[in-house]
Design a binder for this molecule. Structure first.
Ligand code: ADP
Ligand code: MG
Length: 304
């Protein structure tokens, strides 16, 4: 199943929560949807799942337009909402059977048992949801999202509020259930994306600011800057060095080694090479420095 978002906008009153967001997610992809609190992640996920209508743009799943009333296509989507609202008074099995009932599943009981098995709830299956730990509740949330075997999974902050052990268990479970499905998972934690996803989409204040692989992010492709290590055989004329076009910052480590930063995403290396040749310098090292994901995230989401 392919998810296609085209120029989706959303207003809450006069506040623009989403501003012409577009991207496409292909079959089998596990995409991390990242952004600071209030960026618009939950809003877009509600629009994709048909719980909220947009104020412009379209969402299609396998070419079919998502509308709040399009029940057939919604049955292809599994959704774990933010904060995982559950009926705490119900028993796990009772709750899952109720959800299975919503989808008019033929083999209701069988499917519930299968989900309990898959999400590792077997030992707890007779407990009330209210008696479960946060980690186990997330498992119930995942079980209800998966019960009708949807091709698309939308998980809104599935690991928020979990302790480190629960976190690793839920991540592992998400990896397992993601095989053969198209998955979009939101988080505000960069490491989460690095641990589970093969692609990252970042939004900030309702606008898409990056869409690519972790490696592309680390190389600064979206952060609009490049950082390079340079080592010359001798000290260059610093005044001339600073004049290299596109160079924003030079940090000297010693008389011959520097860390330079570009002021946009243009590759500085050809200009540096030319500078070395023109000044009869020997370039001993020139290496693009990977940036930490935290720095990239901050760079991308601090901007207005
Ligand atoms: N029901 C609502 N009414 C008014 N404003 C809302 C509503 N839901 C969200 N917002 C606002 O829209 C923006 C995006 O919210 P949200 O999609 O929840 O962001 P995220 O999930 O990335 O934290 C925020 O500024 C939030 O306050
Ligand atoms: Mg949210």
């Amino acid at each position: 199943m392919t998810i296609k978002i085209s120029e989706v906008s959303k207003f809450y009153g006069t506040q623009k929560a989403l501003d012409q967001v577009s991207f496409e997610i292909g079959i089998g992809e596990l995409v991390g949807f990242l952004g600071p609190n209030g960026a618009g992640k939950s809003t877009l996920m509600k629009i994709i799942t048909g719980y909220l209508s947009s104020d412009g743009g379209t969402v299609t799943i396998n070419g079919e337009t998502i509308e709040t009333k399009n029940v057939a296509i919604r049955s292809q989507i599994g959704y774990l909402p933010e904060n995982n609202p559950l009926y705490t008074d119900l028993y796990i099995r009772e709750y899952l059977e109720m959800v299975a009932g919503f989808y008019h599943l033929q083999n209701k009981k069988e499917q519930v048992l299968k989900m309990i098995e898959l999400t590792g709830l077997k030992a707890e299956q007779h407990k009330k949801i209210g008696a479960l730990s946060k980690g186990l509740r997330q498992r119930v949330g995942l079980a209800q999202a998966l019960i009708h075997d949807p091709a698309v999974l939308i998980l809104d902050e599935p690991t928020t509020g979990l302790d480190p052990n629960q976190l690793e268990e839920i991540r592992q479970l998400i990896r397992t259930i993601s095989l053969n499905k198209t998955v979009m998972l939101s988080t505000h934690i960069m490491q989460e994306v690095e641990a589970i996803c093969n692609r990252v989409i970042i939004i900030n204040k309702g606008t898409l600011v990056a869409d690519g692989s972790i490696d592309q992010l680390k190389a600064g492709q979206f952060a609009q800057k490049q950082i390079i290590w340079i080592e010359f055989n001798r000290t260059p004329d610093l005044e001339a060095f600073r004049k290299i076009s596109g160079l924003r910052k030079i940090e000297a480590f010693n008389q011959t080694t520097y860390l330079v930063e570009s002021d946009d995403s243009t590759d500085l290396r050809p200009a540096i090479f030319r500078f070395a040749v023109d000044n009869q310098l020997i370039l001993l090292t020139m290496k693009e420095q990977q940036q930490s994901l935290e720095n990239v995230f901050q760079d991308l989401t601090r901007k207005v």
